[in-house]
Design a protein around this ligand. Structure first.
Ligand SMILES: Cc1cc2nc3c(=O)[nH]c(=O)nc-3n(C[C@H](O)[C@H](O)[C@H](O)COP(=O)(O)OP(=O)(O)OC[C@H]3O[C@@H](n4cnc5c(N)ncnc54)[C@H](O)[C@@H]3O)c2cc1C
Length: 433
């Protein structure tokens, strides 16, 4: 556990927790304060909202139950790319071409905004590297080329097609066929980025309280009151951004949230052995529905993510994750894990973020699932503009509502769906070979 602030909650033991730059000491809420907007949840959804509001001159208070970035935002793969958990074709099938394009463009803008904020606020989110490769698990050259053309024509986005031969140069595995390289996407240290965004909020006058779980909210009336065990915030507006950790705080939002466990492992430095397996400098994810994703750190350690489960403390996690690596790179047999850790993603059943207003002055911003590092900045801007400027872009998300996510059975259903995806992936791989 890493407790650099010296008190209170610690980050879980992970690559990020071990390498977090000493975050500012942030107090717990022990008083009653007044502000324009109270944001509940200090992950990237909450902080992007808070920063968007603070940059627009609003008085903001963020209440975080543990530490900034303690949840998914500070434990993830560190891949930052446009789009949502739901693919563009599925979004279009649901809401039509124009709105699908508008939604996608929000994330392209967010990608640029993330880079601009790193620059503007001097955030050290390194190691940063451009380029994320989607490696096709199936023979699909035509499909990838068509997709790349579509992205170019609709968004001016340059995705570079890689033939099977080029992929074999970059990746010493027989598992992959062709690939698509997105040079506009990048990888970064998600926990240091999240803390940097929190510092940027404070630089605009926002107040951030950690170790301050919200236990009750009085949301009726013009003035809303948000309570922790030892203090409260009175605000004109409240934005709830608790994702998979929402618990019982707000039954309607909790019912629409499917908490899904997933995992990352960090290997020991692989040295020269790495060249015999992975030569690509990019972040890489494969095209299976139940896929793996990974990136190589500058010191040759491999940060590898994948798997989905309702169990957040699976037995032998390190061995299981190493097994996943060897499934693709058997030549790495014998490598050891330094550490493996779990995280909880907050999914909606439709796999799109849930953004909107429950009643006047009460907003929600959640449901980013496994693709949130860029999309949370898009969602944060949308909510900040809605509150600060009366902008109505957030209504693009209206078709993706607060559908029931299965209640206590939700995680089990997600687990079964994942097993189903694995079978589907194997069947498709067999057919394409
Ligand atoms: C292992 C893993 C790997 C991932 N890899 C990637 C990746 O490579 N790229 C990518 O784009 N996405 C990835 N994701 C998804 C991404 O991390 C999430 O979509 C994103 O971080 C969601 O941000 P959030 O703010 O909604 O949720 P969180 O970061 O989980 O934040 C929610 C916060 O709310 C707080 N909270 C909850 N209840 C209360 C309360 N009552 N009072 C106060 N605070 C409260 C929690 O403590 C928490 O800090 C990954 C996720 C995981 C778990």
């Amino acid at each position: 556990m890493t407790d650099l602030a010296g008190t209170g909650t610690r980050y879980i033991d992970s690559y990020y927790g071990r390498t977090v730059k000493a975050p500012a000491a942030r107090p717990a809420m022990t008083q009653d304060v007044d502000c324009d907007i109270c944001v509940v949840g200090g992950g990237m959804a909450g902080l992007a909202t808070a920063l968007g509001l603070a940059e627009r001159g609003k008085r903001v208070v963020v209440l975080e139950a543990r530490k900034v970035g303690w949840g998914a935002s500070g434990r993830n793969g560190g891949f930052v790319s446009a789009g949502y958990s739901l693919g563009i074709d599925d979004i279009e099938a649901r809401i039509g071409r124009k709105d699908a394009d508008d939604l996608f463009r929000l994330t392209l803008d967010a990608l640029a905004l993330i880079k601009a904020r790193i620059e503007r606020y001097g955030i050290d989110a390194g190691p940063m590297r451009d380029g994320i490769m989607k490696a096709s698990w199936y023979r699909n050259a035509d499909g990838l080329k068509i997709y790349a053309e579509k992205m170019r024509d609709r968004f001016g986005r340059a995705l570079e097609f890689k033939s099977r031969e080029e992929m074999r140069e970059l990746y010493q595995t027989t598992r992959y066929h062709e690939g698509l390289l997105d040079s506009g996407a990048f990888q970064f240290h998600s926990l240091n980025f999240t803390n940097g965004i929190a510092d940027a909020c404070v630089s605009h006058g926002a107040m951030i309280y950690e170790d301050s779980p919200v236990i009750r909210m009085n949301l009726a009336g013009e003035k809303k009151r948000v309570h922790t065990a030892t203090g409260s915030v009175t605000a004109n507006q409240v934005v709830i951004c608790c994702s998979g950790y929402i618990g019982k705080l707000h039954p309607k939002l909790a019912r629409a949230t499917l908490p899904v466990g997933t995992y990352v492992v960090l290997t020991e430095p692989l040295g020269d052995r790495l060249q015999g397996a992975i030569r690509a400098p990019y972040g890489t994810s494969d095209s299976r529905i139940a896929n793996d994703y990974y990136r190589v750190l500058p010191d040759t350690r491999l940060l590898w993510g994948g798997r989905v489960s309702s169990n957040l403390s699976p037995r032998n996690l390190e061995q299981k994750m190493i097994g996943d690596i060897l499934h693709i790179y058997p030549q790495l047999a014998g490598i050891r894990a330094e550490i493996a850790w779990p995280g909880t993603m907050g999914y909606s059943v439709h796999k799109m973020p849930q953004i909107g207003q429950l009643q006047p002055g009460v907003w929600y911003n959640q449901g980013y699932g496994g693709h949130g590092m860029c999309a949370t900045t898009a969602g944060g801007e949308v909510v900040a503009k809605a509150i600060a400027e009366g902008d109505e872009t957030y209504k693009l998300f209206a078709p993706f509502g607060l559908d029931f996510a299965g209640g206590p059975l939700g995680p089990l259903i997600a687990q079964c769906a994942y097993w189903g995806f694995q079978i589907q992936d194997r069947w498709q791989a067999w057919r394409s070979n």
